[in-house]
Design a protein around this ligand. Structure first.
Ligand SMILES: Cc1cc2nc3c(=O)[nH]c(=O)nc-3n(C[C@H](O)[C@H](O)[C@H](O)COP(=O)(O)OP(=O)(O)OC[C@H]3O[C@@H](n4cnc5c(N)ncnc54)[C@H](O)[C@@H]3O)c2cc1C
Length: 383
């Protein structure tokens, strides 16, 4: 049972957001900026954000040449360009909101490595450059084979290398810590360790039900609007939505003296990625080796993929360098029947922004801005 004080001060809010990843935090910040007097509550099931946003690789990426060419097999030119522009605008918004220092943003170069059977990609670079020119105003891609040898990669991995001039990198931990601090500065109430069980809608309000282990009863929180930002875990709250989880495996090495490269690197249509961070190599990917097992929300390891990552590291990325693995982890992404994130008003009071795929770092802030605008329109229509 609740006390009089608890019921008076901790139950009713203007907006409740579920999920404190990059998207949920950004929605909360957008709402706090638009409505400084409103009470915004952000609920997170983990002790810290516990999905993809604190567990990714920190690529501020918009798509490698082979990935964009692959997308063009399933999507129209217009859709591919539109998604690219959304990533560009999302990243610009994140950088503008936070400042580069707060998110550790740097441009140390972004490259795609092409193996012998992928050299056909080079024939399409000019086409991609022309397609993307209106969005970025300069050449997106150029060949930079002269860097392969100084970077020390095995020719089995890198017969050719393409520089991407639109991408950068950031420090994921710093970004998420800064977003949490900004949210607290804006008086957003953040409660962690709370998994939302379900919600019930009324005319123009919503009841959000959470379990309270201490009071031994479900607690009903109330708000004018609810925004669901639970990405790969969305089916629990919105079972009818098409959201498929995709686990990502990652490892990081101990610091390597005189590591010969900096920047971010992709290969195999973006299924593999590695970068330099703090003098170490962070390497991830390989979901395409075992899609069935990796379609899960379990944050555990896939030994087969972890072993493969290690082989790639030793034989292709840093051959001849003694390497020690420092840490391994996995995180969960969300995919759907299209690469577009789902940003939607479900009813008068319920909204959602999820399904960020493998590029939520770039897309997330824009999706948050878009859903906050839909919420604002709804709120203003009620006045
Ligand atoms: C290994 C890996 C590498 C990646 N690398 C990159 C990269 O380099 N560049 C890039 O752009 N993107 C990358 N991504 C993708 C990117 O991290 C995601 O697209 C982005 O973080 C999604 O943000 P989000 O806020 O939508 O989701 P999340 O960060 O997953 O946030 C959802 C939150 O909701 C919480 N939650 C779920 N259910 C409930 C509930 N019922 N009640 C309360 N809370 C709940 C979860 O705990 C979680 O914190 C990577 C992802 C992974 C896993």
């Amino acid at each position: 049972m609740l006390s009089y004080w608890e019921k008076s001060y901790f139950i009713t809010y203007d907006h409740i957001i579920v999920g404190a990843g990059l998207v949920g935090l950004s929605v909360a910040i957008e709402l706090a900026d638009r409505y400084p007097s409103h009470r915004v509550l952000l609920l997170e099931r983990g002790w810290i954000p516990s999905g993809a946003s604190t567990r990714n690789a920190g690529f501020a990426c918009m798509g490698s040449a082979s990935e964009l060419l692959d997308d063009l097999q399933h999507m129209s030119e217009e859709e591919v360009v539109q998604l690219f522009e959304q990533r560009k605008n999302g990243l610009a918004l994140l950088r503008q909101r936070m400042g580069d220092n707060a998110i550790g943003y740097q441009q140390n170069g972004s490259y795609e490595l092409l193996r012998p059977h992928e050299l056909g990609v080079l024939d399409h670079l000019e086409y991609l450059n022309t397609l993307l020119l209106p969005i970025i105003g300069e050449k997106a891609f150029s060949i930079c084979n002269e860097k392969i040898q100084p970077f020390g990669f095995s020719p089995r991995l890198s017969t050719a290398m393409v520089a991407n001039h639109c991408e950068g990198e950031l420090n994921t931990g710093k970004m998420m810590q800064s977003l949490l601090r900004l949210a607290l500065d804006k008086k957003i109430e953040i409660k962690t360790g709370i998994a939302v069980e379900r919600f019930e809608e009324e005319q123009s309000s919503v009841t959000v039900i959470i379990n309270d282990e201490i009071r031994k009863e479900p607690i009903e929180l109330r708000a004018k609007t609810l925004c669901i930002c639970t990405n790969a875990f969305t089916k629990h709250l919105l079972p009818q939505e098409f959201v498929t989880p995709g686990r990502g495996q990652v490892l990081i090495t101990q610091p390597i003296p005189h590591l010969p490269f900096k920047g971010i690197f992709h290969f195999d249509k973006g299924y593999y990625y590695f970068r330099e961070i703090d003098g170490r190599i962070l390497l991830g990917g390989g979901r395409n080796r075992d899609f069935d097992t990796e379609t899960t929300t379990e944050m555990t390891f896939n030994d087969n993929i972890q072993q493969h990552l290690e082989t790639l590291l030793n034989e292709m990325i840093a051959p001849n360098i003694p390497i020690e693995i420092a840490q391994r982890w996995s995180g969960i992404m969300a995919f759907g029947n299209s690469k577009q994130p789902l940003v939607k008003q479900f009813s008068q009071s319920v909204f959602g922004a999820f399904r960020m795929g493998g590029m939520g770092v770039a897309l997330g802030s824009l999706s948050a801005q878009q859903i906050a605008t839909l919420m604002q329109q709804e709120i203003e229509s009620r006045l």
